[in-house]
Design a protein around this ligand. Structure first.
Ligand code: HEM
Length: 183
């Protein structure tokens, strides 16, 4: 929730949060980082941001994913192998990160991400969540790549919003970029 507030402030300006929260019918006071808020509140906020900016919902979600990725990497840095880059983090998110989030934050329900490294330069995520936030997942993947200075192509050969049984998200490293740093 705090992250979404920061996102709104970053993208829409300092004064945007209060009217946005009000139009979404969500309390605008400070929220705790480690608390879990009802899904409906986040959904209402994302819808309000989409209305306000005229951007489609999936674009707001994706942009929020890009925005939030560096904070996720920072907050959970102790769980992340410093040698990992974009595809490695995604490949290991389920067992090293989301599992810990589920155990530590009561009520948190990050999605089960079945990530498969189909080649050294591609990871495929089988995303199934009743929340249907595949655009957020796409954005997080892009945000991680920006953080690591890598270039990725992200697409979805299958998506529940297009009649699929699940969302299949493919993240491919664009060759010639993002080699392991020499440090
Ligand atoms: C440093 C890495 C990551 C951290 C620390 C992290 C942490 C979290 C946390 C705290 C939540 C909220 C859970 C809740 O309140 O119920 C969440 C949800 C989510 N995460 Fe992650 N995550 C990470 C990486 C990823 C990656 C790489 C993806 C996909 C590419 C991803 C996709 C999602 C999605 C889509 C949700 C929304 C909830 C849902 O769909 O049910 N996460 N994550």
């Amino acid at each position: 929730m705090n992250q979404f507030r920061q996102y709104v402030t970053d993208r829409l300006g300092r004064d945007a949060w209060f009217p946005l929260a009000e139009s979404a019918g969500v309390p605008s006071e400070n929220h705790r980082l480690d608390a879990v808020y009802p899904d409906e509140q986040i959904v209402a906020l994302v819808l309000a941001a989409s209305r306000l900016t005229g951007q489609p919902l999936n674009q707001v979600l994706e942009d929020f994913g890009v925005f939030i990725a560096p904070a996720l990497l920072r907050i959970y840095a102790p769980l992340i192998d410093p040698a990992w880059r974009t595809l490695d983090v995604i490949e290991h998110t389920e067992e090293t990160i989301h599992t810990v989030v589920r155990a530590r934050i009561e009520g948190a329900a990050p999605p089960a991400l079945l990530a498969r490294r189909v080649s050294p330069t591609e990871v495929q995520i089988d995303y199934r969540s009743r929340r249907g936030l595949c655009s957020l997942a796409e954005g997080i993947a892009r945000g991680m790549a920006i953080h690591f200075g890598e270039e990725v192509d992200v697409d979805q050969p299958e998506c529940v919003h297009r009649g699929g049984e699940r969302c299949l998200i493919s993240v491919r490293l664009v060759e010639g970029r993002g080699e392991a740093p020499t440090a």
